[in-house]
Design a protein around this ligand. Structure first.
Ligand code: ADP
Ligand code: MG
Length: 326
């Protein structure tokens, strides 16, 4: 798979007024860097789906431009444009009377690929999303769990190696435990494919977990803040943002803050009984482990090495230092 196949998306002065006069998006400027995972988050009805549907030209903007790698999408042939863009929607939208393999093969078939090439691609993609092609390929969508259907939807969207992936509430139809697992798998998948991903959700926790950058919208597609998760949580730009991300934003911030080895104290004799956390974890993981133990310390481990220990005060100080730096 081509690891560099990602495109830059630029929305400028984009407006969408539906027939009847409802203004879904009044004026949006947004730059989505190539290879980033940008999350559009905001309350229901604020225009998120409308933005996605304008990017792949399911609907046309009333005003403004959308550029893909500098090219005005309104001037790209619609079929050629859709080939560059994979689209995943909430209820997945798999074809019910086609098998999993046939579903994934949809776009390659339209493109006239040879049978062996399609078969190889389907197998590669099912493997990529963690499904066994021998076992699941011949099944029909109703014979899969919600999480498996979701994976098939992602495989189908990636089939022709698009440069952009648009995802509209892709994980909201599955239960919280499956959702959490799918989100983790999805982050690993993105490390492999490095697409430009524009993902819509109404769930702040999902936005914080997944996004490299978060674009927070209010009604009418108004861009309230556009920032990496840590910055959004540390410095909400308006009362609207602060309220939307919630009064527990300090706790949420722990989950996007790495453990800084420089703040650790030496491991002592008492730490034989202290819980451990991986050095790759976050302050949230450290605090969670600390609360599980009874020593008041958590020990940070990197492979064979114990890097040091932290107390709850140390977690607090590290979190405060991060705010000052943001
Ligand atoms: P979100 O995805 O953030 O929930 P949408 O983009 O679906 O929001 O909708 C934004 C606004 O546009 C809402 O007020 C919605 O009712 C309106 N809207 C969406 N689709 C249409 C349509 N086809 N015709 C008229 N109004 C629409
Ligand atoms: Mg929507």
């Amino acid at each position: 798979m081509d690891a560099t196949a990602a495109a830059d998306i630029e929305l400028s002065g984009v407006r969408k007024e539906y027939a009847g006069g409802s203004v879904a998006v009044s004026h949006l400027d947004l730059h989505v860097p190539a290879g980033s995972l940008t999350v559009l988050v905001g309350p229901s009805g604020c225009g998120k789906s409308t933005v996605l549907r304008m990017v792949n030209r399911l609907i046309a903007p009333t005003a403004g431009n959308i550029l893909l790698d500098g090219q005005d999408t309104s001037r790209i042939d619609k079929v050629a444009l859709r080939r560059k863009i994979g689209y995943v929607i909430q209820h997945v939208g798999l074809f019910p009377h086609q098998t999993v393999s046939q579903n994934v093969a949809t776009v390659p078939k339209l493109l006239g690929w040879s049978k062996p090439r399609i078969a190889a691609r389907v197998e590669e993609l099912l493997d990529l999303v963690g499904l066994d092609s021998g076992m699941h390929g011949r099944r029909y969508p109703h014979q899969l769990s919600g999480g498996q259907r979701q994976r098939v939807g992602v495989a189908r969207a990636l089939a022709a190696d698009p440069v952009v992936l648009l995802m509209d509430e892709p994980f909201s139809a599955v239960d919280p435990i499956v959702r959490h697992r799918l989100q983790g798998e999805f982050l690993r998948l993105q490390e492999t494919v490095r697409k430009t991903i524009l993902l819509v959700t109404h769930d702040v926790d999902e936005a914080v977990r997944l996004g490299d950058r978060i674009a927070l919208l209010s009604e009418g597609g108004k861009l309230e803040q556009y920032a990496p998760p840590a910055e959004l949580l540390a410095r909400p730009a308006s009362a609207f943002v602060a309220e939307f991300i919630g009064t527990d934003r300090g706790i949420k911030r722990l989950s996007v803050t790495d453990i800084d080895p420089a703040v650790l104290r030496p491991v002592g004799e008492a730490d034989r009984d202290s819980p451990e956390v991986s050095a790759a974890g976050t302050l949230y993981d450290a605090l969670a482990a600390l609360l599980e133990g009874g020593t008041g310390h958590v020990v940070v481990r990197s492979g064979e090495n114990l890097l040091g220990a932290m107390t709850a005060d140390d977690v607090y100080r590290a979190a405060q230092a991060e705010v000052a730096a943001a």
